[in-house]
Design a protein around this ligand. Structure first.
Ligand SMILES: C[S@@+](CC[C@H](N)C(=O)[O-])C[C@H]1O[C@@H](n2cnc3c(N)ncnc32)[C@H](O)[C@@H]1O
Length: 269
């Protein structure tokens, strides 16, 4: 009754009825505080943490112990400064809800358009926060390797053979890496800065995910047949990508119009 379906409603209500330890991965981008008021409602920045925390308690409950929660979010500006609701939310998810904060990925939007703002420059990055339920989480690092590109040539050009094979850093900071281990390799693990375009291929939603985003995290944190949930489904990007990758998708969306759009793409309600 839950799997392979898009559920219409507030994710708080829908999740409350879902069995515990049911989902392998949650990938989502929630409504940002006060953003897009006219298209899908906004939550005042000062109420945001309280609003989100209630839903996050259910998200933690339905997640399997080996599961991950990936949250794409960026704080807006209010009264001429960055609001702290995302920072407050990270602390609340960790301290009040009980998630473990494993990593913060930066999504560097490579195609952000130039512009002029009084006290800031062009905003070209968003946070992608990775939380887990336990210390022992599922992670398939080999599934997301990237081409090493020109890194070796640029990095090794002026490096002595001794430098390539030592484990100590030159500054004795203890953060040295044995560079020689990676010479000749075609694929390496990515960094936590994801340099990617925001271009999405969905129509009918003002904040659709680009497909690479759910794809990267679904490959990283699940195997085929695992359950992937997006509790703020929007136009259904996570759902569609999860299905294409042989995972079992579940979507929740409060706006019947978006659900209708997803349905016209052939997904059952
Ligand atoms: C940022 S959009 C998600 C876009 C999505 N990642 C995509 O690729 O289209 C957030 C979505 O959450 C929905 N939403 C807002 N409050 C909700 C709630 N309480 N429960 C479920 N969905 C909600 C909005 O209608 C909106 O479509």
């Amino acid at each position: 009754m839950w799997r392979n379906r898009v559920h219409l409603g507030d994710c708080l209500t829908v999740l409350s009825a879902m069995p515990a330890d049911y989902v392998d991965l949650i990938v989502t981008s929630p409504p940002y505080a006060d953003a897009r008021k006219h298209t899908y409602g906004g939550i005042a920045p000062d109420r945001y943490v309280e609003w989100f925390t209630k839903r996050a308690i259910e998200m933690l409950r339905v997640l399997k112990p080996s599961g991950s929660f990936v949250l794409n979010i960026k704080e807006r500006c209010a009264d001429g400064e960055r609001h702290t609701y995302v920072l407050d939310l990270i602390l609340a998810l960790k301290r009040e809800v009980g998630f473990r904060w494993v990593e913060e990925y930066i999504w560097h939007k490579t195609t952000a358009a130039p512009g002029k703002w009084k006290y800031r420059f062009r905003d070209s990055w968003e946070r992608i926060l990775h939380f887990s339920k336990s210390r022992d989480l599922k992670m398939r690092q080999d599934a997301v390797k990237v081409p090493i590109g020109e890194w070796t040539q640029a990095r090794l050009k002026n490096m002595s053979a001794n430098d390539r094979t030592r484990r100590e850093s030159a500054t004795r900071s203890k953060v040295g890496r044995r560079i020689a281990n990676w010479e000749g390799k075609r694929l390496v693990y990515p960094s936590n800065v994801l340099r990617k375009s925001p271009v999405a291929h969905n129509t009918g939603h003002s904040a659709a995910f680009p497909e690479w985003l759910p794809e990267f995290f679904i490959k990283l944190f699940t195997d085929e047949g695992d359950v992937v949930l997006d509790p703020f489904l929007g136009s259904g990007t996570t759902y569609r990508v999860a299905k294409q990758l042989g995972r079992v998708p579940i979507g929740i969306e409060i706006n019947p119009e978006y659900v209708q759009n997803t349905l016209t793409m052939g997904f059952p309600l």
